[in-house]
Design a protein around this ligand. Sequence first.
Ligand code: GDP
Ligand code: IMO
Ligand code: MG
Length: 426
Amino acid sequence: MASTCVVGLQWGDEAKGKIVDLLTADHQIVVRYNGGANAGHTIVKNGQTFKLSILPTGILSSHIQAVIGNGLVVNPVRFLEEVDNLRKAGISVGANLAVSDHAHLIFPYHAEEEQQGSGAEIGTTGRGIGPCYMDKVSRVNGIRVGELLRPEHLRERLRSVVPRKNHMLASLSKTAKQFDADALCDEYLGHAEKMKPHITDTVHLLHQALKAGKRLLFEGAQGSLLDVDHGTYPFVTSSNSSATGIWSGSGVPAKHLTRTIGVIKAYTSRVGRGPFPTELDDGPTGIGETIRKIGREYGTVTGRPRRCGWLDLVAVRYSAALAGADEVTIMLLDVLSAVDELKICVAYVLDGQRITDFPADAFLLDRCKPVYETLPGWKVDISGVRKASDIPAAARRYVDRVAALVELPVSIVSVGPDREQTIFMK
Ligand code: GDP
Ligand code: IMO
Ligand code: MG
């Protein structure tokens, strides 16, 4: 049966949440397959703004079954907090939310490990994501969501894991926090009671849904360039955040995916450290700051100012190929209305040589200088445009140039956070 995937083709925050929300009407199930509460997906719906970190965006639509797949790392405190906030906002959350028993659990020692360890070096969100994935692959320290339902077993596991964690934390810093296995177990058993109705074998659930002819929508978190294998390593997140993560992170076979939508901003943003060839580091009155202010480019999760720069199509061509994207959507085009003249990066110069293949190796990328094509700006407010035929000529030229350079159709252009501020190009 036909399934769709929405994946970011840059370094995250491409406005994937808005696209997922727009597509829910044609689907019955929305599945997150990677990451955790490091994501921040903003959706503006009926005048209300929702910020979702761990819950799939589909939870906002009453006909959708939302699924947190096995590929995620789940902090029960954040999970329950988000469920509570939604209920307060009038969204019903019950059997419409399933969380995989195979997803891994984040404990407070993960955030402490991140703080005392390499978090600052990478510029992480501080949510314990990396250390939890490290424990997953270590096998001896990983604890899964399903283990919450076996109290005595959970206590035993924590009694064996926590002393190892305390030892490691003490070796990182004399001031590092220490943890008590029994206290943690009691706390997590409290969370287990509330999470229990949602915990299930989501692979089984998804396979049943496919058999019943239901349409699945996969919601990528982060962006392809933050993928632990294919992104700008080591300045990446710890999961497969490109479309490659779908099969492992949900258990749904690749053959079911029939439409892959790559989401890009009309420019580029990045939070945290790492190379960014088209970054506009041009001071408090420069174009970078203008884009940041108008696009409200501050992290949803951490509030950090996002680094902003020109659209990098060398990077996008790479991630679109990686995803096997069928189409791209261009988001936040309205933000560029403030800029006189626009630049699109079409190649790099690396050690004197012009290249058009993206070097995902951070150390090579750091040495790349962008080669730009310049296009005129449009300098008029486009946030009220609703039809492709009403897009000003210069803005249309920008969109067409992106399509030509990425060699993919542009299916949607977004000119504001609201659902209505969307132009369907086909
Ligand atoms: P995600 O993580 O990919 O879902 O993206 P974020 O939610 O972190 O960041 C995108 C931000 O842009 C959110 O605040 C959206 O409400 C907002 N947004 C989405 N589309 C548009 C648009 O076309 N124009 C403007 N100005 N803002 C938009
Ligand atoms: P959404 O889904 C943008 C970045 C962090 C940091 C790196 C590693 O909203 O697009 P981590 O905490 O994951 O170990 O941090 O990844 N990062 C994101 N950047 N959008 C996100 O999610 C991100 N999730 C993680 O800033 O550079
Ligand atoms: Mg975000």
